[in-house]
Design a protein around this ligand. Structure first.
Ligand SMILES: [Cu+2]
Length: 133
């Protein structure tokens, strides 16, 4: 099921590359965490409709998926919150777990998702969501 979601998301984003139609962009996105990297790490989604992310942590260690703008990430780099879970844009992922979260991007633009566990961002746990009108 998860593999199917990832495949669909990849197919949809490939289709989106040839078209500017918002309708071609996926509202179901699968992101796999494997060897402390996000796969895929560049995602295009439509503005103004709910987008459901299925986050799969395949690793035997904790990760997190925090999405926001530069100011948001600056706060989290300095932050001391050990666990996230109350907000759709902040998801904690214990080892070998899958969680879903739904976000509506209310304006076009680029947001970044990062794992802020010590060293993980520097190792490459960074990705981009581009919300397109
Ligand atoms: Cu991590």
């Amino acid at each position: 099921m998860i593999r199917l979601l990832v495949a669909l998301a990849l197919a949809a984003s490939a289709a989106g590359a040839c078209s500017t139609a918002n309708a071609a962009l996926p509202t179901q996105v699968g992101i796999r965490i494997h060897y402390s990297h996000f796969e895929p790490n560049h995602i295009e989604v439509p503005v103004g409709v709910p987008v459901t992310f299925t986050l799969v942590n395949d690793d035997p260690i904790d990760h997190e998926w925090l999405i926001g703008d530069a100011a948001f990430h600056e706060r989290h780099r300095l932050g001391t919150e050990a666990v996230h879970g109350d907000r759709p844009n902040e998801v904690s992922l214990p080892p070998r777990t899958t969680k879903t979260t739904t976000i509506t991007f209310d304006r076009p633009g680029e947001l970044t998702f990062i794992c802020h566990f010590p060293g993980h961002e520097a190792y490459g746990m960074v990705g981009i969501v581009l919300a397109k009108p």
